[in-house]
Design a protein around this ligand. Sequence first.
Ligand SMILES: [Ca+2]
Ligand SMILES: [Ca+2]
Length: 357
Amino acid sequence: MLHAAGDNGCCSAWCKQFDCGCVFFLCLYHAEEFGFKASHPFNSCLFLFLLTAQNCSYTLHSPNGTIESPGYPYGYPNYANCTWVIVAAEHNRIQLVFQGFALEEDFDILSVYDGPPSPGNLRTRLTGFQLPSPIVSTGARLTLWLLSDYAVSGQGFKAVYEALPSYTCGNPGQLINGHQQGSTFNIGDKIRYSCSSGYVLEGHTTLSCLATSAGTAAWDFPLPYCRADDGCGGTLRGQSGVIKTPNYPAEYNNNADCTWTVLAEPGDTIALVFSDFQLEDDYDLLEVSGTEGSSQWFTGPNLPSPIISSKNWLRLHFTSDGNHKLRGFSAQYQGRRHSHSTKFIFRLFQQLCITFI
Ligand SMILES: [Ca+2]
Ligand SMILES: [Ca+2]
């Protein structure tokens, strides 16, 4: 590797982590010859960070392996633009299990595509510091795309992947503050979960691996989770009910973190219709997952459109930051056979119109 003479150390330190930059630095160190004014040695470093965009692209064909962001765990570069395309044999699916995850929240994003990286295939956008749940593709291809912005890095991410034959569901994942019983994940197998003391299990305690109509295998319910005993949210199993933020219609709490999981029988779907929605714009958020495509995010004063789950579950995750509280939201859910959901929404709309007119 080339090293710039008298490079004041910053480039060398950076290049310990990345096989990049020093060549750029060498050019920049002599940038004054090309009209750049480097009045302070750190200007060179600034240029270095600006110009060492880490473009990388990998296609992975082996049936299992490990993926790490560049520089993991010492931090990924700014302006990273990296893709990993995992290609499995025909009729296989791909399971991705994260072992480490820390990206600058909201600014550095790992997008996961269930297939080639086109918008319609977007499965989820991951950011922040929580270890994501395992992901299983529906086909023989899974794409990861990491984009970082111009400043602030995190450790990055590490994930292992494995091609799954059509008769296995793959490991549904471990619980934070909980335990998994069962170590085989093929059609007919069951996995049981429990939580450590001081935590309550939300979701189904037992997952069963079932054959699907598409000729593959899938777990019948989503991975449960363990919430602290005094937390808000919960598991809702009834045919219908109402989900409200804590204290609604009075203001919700600061630093709230509530998760509601609505469960229906396999094959059923769930409709969710909001009657009120008031969250502090951009700072207090509601994430809804279990719908087609990636999670949906809602914030601010606008009433979200009705939502229909694509599976037999729907999960609502509400978080608020440390200040400014508003009224929150209220939403009615109903579990139905798919054909009835549209009718349910229509009826709810009718009710709402009558209420407001
Ligand atoms: Ca960043
Ligand atoms: Ca707030």
